[in-house]
Design a protein around this ligand. Structure first.
Ligand code: F2R
Ligand code: MG
Ligand code: MG
Length: 308
């Protein structure tokens, strides 16, 4: 069945929020603790419905791309600062970079001071990247360049930027309907040995078939580092045949559940479209000023700005 592009744009943005909101109440928990909350049922009930920093930042990326008809680093950074709500649970590095920018430091310098001058390799740039994967889905060079630049606002470490570019390209390939060839395309795309090795492991684990979750966590990771979560999201998407199964699996691994859920939701939503996301999950999502209705409108505007 052919899924239209507008539905894929909406699927990726709403998919981010759904995965985030499913994982949010259990972020940092072990897989056993997650099971104790959600149980063994096939269909999970979303009781919370509130998204976190992952979706708040993704909204900022989309707003800025739409307003500028493409990337504008200073505007995107200002948008992050304007939208910032500490209650959404930001990573300390991202919160620190945004504080420096608010105090006047330039958008592409502030993040370089973090972690003793190393910069952050956290997954904060990857978890918000879906709109860039959508906007540049048909141009891999531009996608890579803009993924790196948009990461720089908070994440200057190569591993943080590369994780974001890889996640953006996975979303782009999902938009194009390339599930079968996704892994080989991603392996060719990545320029970093850490990610090349992780993608080799994804391939070996997919070839092996059903594998205990403990082994998946040991080999791919479920933590806040981009290299311990982006490959896990890619695996979660590739391993299953529906949005629901892949996102439930991603969250069930425990650890950085909201973020691995959000990234899996972005790729799966871009592939299956909005219609692939269970309605009861969408309806359970918060619907305040920047809730689900707003996110749907953003996706439509992003789609239209791409078409123009
Ligand atoms: N912050 C959280 N969750 C904790 C509290 C939420 C709680 N549930 C609540 O309700 O309050 N989640 C969010 O943060 C993650 C994204 O983090 P981001 O934006 O990448 O931040 P940061 O601080 O830059 O990186 C995360 C951690 O990675 C380690 N790290 C990164 N670079 C490092 C380096 N160069 N050297 C050593 N360690 C490095 C640090 O431990 C960072 O703190 C998402 O999970 C999002 O949901
Ligand atoms: Mg979060
Ligand atoms: Mg998280």
């Amino acid at each position: 069945m052919k899924i239209d592009l507008k539905s894929k744009f909406t699927g990726a943005l709403i998919g981010t929020a759904v995965g985030d909101a499913l994982g949010a109440p259990v972020e940092g928990w072990s897989m056993e603790q997650v099971r104790s909350v959600y149980g063994e049922r096939k269909r999970w009930k979303m009781s919370y419905g509130r998204y976190t920093d992952d979706t708040e930042l993704m909204i900022g990326v989309a707003e800025s791309l739409i307003r500028n008809k493409g990337f504008n680093g200073a505007d995107m950074a200002r948008t992050f600062v304007r939208n910032y709500d500490a209650k959404r649970g930001y990573g300390p590095g991202s919160a620190g970079a945004l504080k420096r920018i608010k105090e006047g430091e330039s958008w592409d310098e502030a993040s370089k001071k973090l972690f003793g001058g190393e910069g952050s390799y956290g997954n904060g740039a990857a978890m918000r990247i879906a709109p860039i994967g959508l906007f540049y889905y048909d141009n891999a060079d531009a996608l890579r360049e803009i993924a790196y630049k948009s990461s720089q606002i908070t994440h200057s470490h190569d591993l943080g930027k590369e994780g974001a570019a890889l996640q953006a390209f996975a979303v782009a390939l999902a938009v194009r309907g390339q599930k079968e060839s996704m892994l080989s395309e991603l392996k060719e795309f990545t320029q970093n040995d850490v990610y090349k090795e992780k993608l080799r492991r994804v391939e070996a684990l997919l070839d092996k078939g059903a594998t205990p979750k403990k082994e998946i966590i040991a080999k791919l990771g479920n933590g806040m580092a981009a290299f311990d979560s982006v490959p896990t999201a890619i695996y979660s998407f590739l391993r299953f045949d529906s949005f629901e199964d892949s996102v439930i699996y991603a969250v069930s691994l425990g650890g950085d559940t909201d973020t691995i859920g959000a990234m899996t939701g972005a790729i799966s939503g871009a592939y299956y479209g909005k219609g692939g996301i269970p309605n009861e999950w969408i309806e359970q999502l918060e619907d305040g000023e920047k809730g689900r209705s707003y996110i749907k409108r953003l996706a439509e505007e992003l789609y239209r700005s791409k078409e123009l």
